[in-house]
Structure formats: structure tokens, C-alpha cells
Design a binder for this molecule. Structure first.
Ligand code: PLP
Length: 448
């Protein structure tokens, strides 16, 4: 018999025992966590007071096949009863991992059919950076180890990925920047860092990569990493010519292109992977989230056979995680992929996303709504003081509107000066209409 009875209630026990990231600590210490979830089903979550919300953010834009899916639970149970753990190094692996890799290769862009599985998006990023360095070093370029990333990009918050993440608020008090990570200007047409106006520009944001490589020296740069569409900084889409030009620059200077599709992958943008919108094939692609609807931790890097061949040598690749390629996660991820295909979720994302984007665009009748952007069910709208000057609000009006939408029963999130929406890919038209009704009501009543 144990005696683990909760004496003080959820909020007090949370305040007493937990530390959470991403919230002001003094506020947490005083008031605890505002929303404590207890259960969920499909696109709806329920808090400890029994109040139900539509989760129009799908967790952290990750519960693509919906919450608490029976099929995923059954796949987990079956695999746990069969083989609950296996290494994936030192000469051991599992049938579950091989089975998943085989299925996944059918879904990833052609030529990206070799995988390294880890547990989180940050680990996937750091794995890709290590593969890039190992690849170049094995080919004799031992100095070719810098990673270039972009301002506003988000690649996780581990000790190296936090510097690839080009968002200063995630880096405070945490020591000196990693000297082998270089951040370049963002691609953000609505607030162009070069003061240009697309389509009248020369894609100076893509030229910035060429300039950075020249400055560092091409024999010092291993890879460039970018999200196809910015996520954490607020669904910001590139112009269609951006990534094709980036790919040209990478090819010209022999720099590997890593696309971080942790958020945009697995149908989120209406294609299997966002890079397919522009026919750009990266050398490596990072994935997680929609890969398993975040029902269990798993992430991975897909990469080309060329890279694998370039890494071949008599030494081992010095990289492993105890729970990497975990057989239970692999079995559940495979079932998740089957559901996506059986239920046509990539197509649903494209169709529902287009409808939602059209409806959200109508919000621009309000003077504080700026650009509305998105692809598939990966959407966002900007809040501005003035539509003409595009001046952002200074006092966190995005948080205020997010709270008002929550009061209407729908969860969304601020990202930069945008409100971000990314519901599970299983949403029906009725679900979308419910989400839109809550957003429209909150916007209509909003006073900046
Ligand atoms: N990369 C991208 C594009 C992400 O959106 C995220 C998380 O939101 C990560 C990496 C980090 O993933 P994780 O939180 O699993 O480390």
C-alpha cells in the first residue's frame, strides 16, 4: 500500500513540487499554473474543474491525430507486452524500430529514407548538427563545423540548440553564446529586417546566408538550419522563392541544408512535409510532434544516403540515447502514421486550413488585425496598433486576446506579435466553425 494521497489540491501541490519553463517564476510561485488539464479526447481537453476547451493549438501543435486515441494506446500496450525496451546501438536494435523506419521511408520526401531516432525536437536538431560535423570531418574537412541559423528561428532549448534558436528571451542568464553557431537575419516579409517590400526585393534575406558563409569561410560552415515556416515566433511563411534560393546557396558553397520540420512535418501544412510546397529537398530533416501526435516522446532526423555514405569509416558514430529508437515509441509512431493515411489527414489539413485561412482573413476588418498567414492547419494572425504602419503593440495585447479566446472555450497561443492556431488534423468543418466563432467573438469584443 502506498500513501501518495494528494493533501493540498492540484494547484498547491504544483506550486510546491514543480518548476515550469516559459512562465514568469514569481507569478507561478504566487498563483500556480492557470490551466491544469486532467483528461482529453479528440480535439477537446478538460481541466481539473471539469471545464472543457477546444484545443485549437493541439497541445504544442502536436496532437495531430487527436488526444487519447485508443489505437495508439493499444499499439503501446501490445509493444510493451512484447518488447518494452531495446537499445539501438552497440550491436542491438529492435524489430519495432526497423518496422517503423521502413514505413516512414514511404512517407518522407524521396531520398530522405535513412533515420536516427531520438526523444525530442531539440535532440533531433543536435543530432543533425552532429551528423553534419561528423560527415565533413570524415571527408577530411575537420574545421567545417559551424552551424548557421536564423533570428526568430526555434530549434529547441538544449545547450546547443538554444543558440541555434535565434530568440534572445530563451538565452538569458545561460552563459556565453556557442561560438560555432551563427545567427543570420530572419525572413519576415511583413517586418522585413532589410526594410524591403516583397515582391519588389531581391530576397536579401536569402543573400544573407551567402554573405554569412563567405564571412565565416565555406570550409568552416557545416550546415544551415531553418524552419520552413517559423513556428514559435508566430506562423510566419516565407515567399515561395526563398527556400529554392537558400538551397542554391547551400549547394554553391557545399553547406548541408537541414530543415527543421519538428512543427511543420506530418501533414501540418497540408503536405507530408512543408519543404514539398517548394520542391526543395534538404540533406536532413528534423521531425517530432505530429510523428506520434506527441502521445509518447519520439523525434528523429531523416537524411540522405549520400550523407550516410560520407560518414562511413571504421569508427562508430559517437552519439546515442538510452531511449533512442525506443520500441514502444516506434510501434506507436507507426500506428500514428497508419491513422494519418487511413483518415486522409494530410488532405484534411489542406482543405480545413484553406477554409480557416479564408475566414480568419476576414478579421482584417478590425483595425488591430494585421497580416493573416498560414499553410494547412498551421495558421496565425498578427496584432498591430495600426494596419498601415504595422506598429506592434507594446503591452502584450496578444496575451490579452488569447485569454479572451480562452474564456470563449478555445485554446490558442501568442507567438511573437501573432496569435497562433494549429488544431489537431482530425478537425471537422463543424469543429473549425466552433473555433472560428470563439475567435471572432473575442476579436469583436476586444478593446486594445
Ligand atoms: N524545432 C521546432 C521547429 C520546434 O517547433 C520545436 C518545439 O516546439 C523544437 C524544435 C523543439 O522540440 P522539443 O520541445 O521536443 O525539444
Amino acid at each position: 500500500m502506498n500513501n501518495f494521497k494528494l493533501n493540498r489540491g492540484w494547484t498547491e501541490e504544483d506550486k510546491l513540487h514543480m518548476l515550469h519553463g516559459g512562465v514568469p517564476l514569481d507569478d507561478f510561485a504566487k498563483n500556480g499554473t492557470p490551466l491544469i488539464l486532467d483528461s482529453a479526447c479528440g480535439i477537446r481537453v478538460k481541466d481539473i474543474h471539469g471545464r472543457e476547451y477546444i484545443d485549437a493549438l493541439g497541445g504544442a501543435i502536436c496532437t495531430s491525430c487527436g488526444y487519447s486515441r485508443k489505437e495508439l494506446a493499444e499499439a503501446a500496450k501490445e509493444q510493451m507486452m512484447k518488447l518494452s525496451y531495446a537499445e539501438s546501438w552497440s550491436g542491438i536494435t529492435s524489430t519495432a524500430a526497423i518496422d517503423y523506419a521502413h514505413a516512414l521511408a514511404e512517407f518522407t520526401p524521396q531520398g530522405l529514407d535513412r533515420f536516427f531516432f531520438v526523444n525530442s525536437g531539440a535532440e533531433a536538431n543536435e543530432t543533425a548538427y552532429k551528423i553534419a560535423r561528423y560527415y565533413w570531418a570524415t571527408k577530411g574537412f575537420k574545421e567545417k563545423n559551424k552551424i548557421i541559423s536564423r533570428n526568430l528561428g526555434y530549434h529547441g532549448l538544449n545547450m546547443v540548440s538554444m543558440w541555434a534558436t535565434g530568440i534572445p528571451r530563451f538565452q538569458g542568464k545561460l552563459g556565453a553564446p556557442d561560438p560555432d553557431i551563427v545567427n543570420i537575419a530572419e525572413c519576415y516579409c511583413y517586418r522585413c529586417p532589410f526594410g524591403k517590400d516583397y515582391p519588389g526585393c531581391n530576397l536579401e534575406c536569402a543573400d544573407a546566408l551567402a554573405q554569412a558563409i563567405e564571412k565565416q569561410g565555406k570550409d568552416r560552415v557545416a550546415a544551415f538550419v531553418a524552419e520552413p515556416i517559423y513556428g514559435v515566433s508566430g506562423t510566419i511563411c516565407p515567399p515561395p522563392e526563398y527556400f529554392p534560393k537558400i538551397k542554391e546557396v547551400c549547394d554553391k558553397y557545399e553547406v548541408l541544408l537541414i530543415l527543421d520540420e519538428v512543427m511543420t512535418g506530418f501533414g501540418r501544412t497540408g503536405k507530408n512535409f512543408a519543404c514539398e510546397h517548394w520542391n526543395v529537398k534538404p540533406d536532413m530533416l528534423c521531425m517530432s510532434k505530429g510523428m506520434i501526435s506527441s502521445a509518447l516522446p519520439i523525434a528523429g532526423v531523416a537524411f540522405t544516403e549520400d550523407i550516410f555514405q560520407g560518414m562511413l569509416c571504421s569508427e562508430s558514430f559517437p552519439h546515442l540515447h538510452t531511449c533512442g529508437a525506443h520500441p514502444v515509441s516506434c510501434a506507436v509512431a507507426k500506428r500514428n502514421l497508419e491513422i494519418m493515411i487511413e483518415e486522409n489527414l494530410v488532405e484534411n489539413s489542406a482543405v480545413m486550413g484553406r477554409y480557416m485561412l479564408d475566414e480568419l482573413t476576414k478579421l482584417q476588418e478590425y483595425p488591430f488585425i494585421g497580416q493573416v498567414q498560414g499553410m494547412g492547419l498551421f495558421l496565425g494572425f498578427e496584432m498591430v496598433q495600426d494596419q498601415k504602419t504595422r506598429e506592434p503593440f507594446k503591452n502584450k495585447e496578444e496575451k490579452k486576446l488569447t485569454k479572451a479566446i480562452l474564456e470563449e472555450g478555445v485554446i490558442v497561443r501568442p507567438g511573437g506579435s501573432r496569435i497562433q492556431i494549429g488544431p489537431p488534423l482530425i478537425v471537422t468543418r463543424d469543429d473549425v466553425n466552433d473555433i472560428l466563432a470563439a475567435i471572432k467573438k473575442a476579436v469583436a469584443n476586444f478593446k486594445a
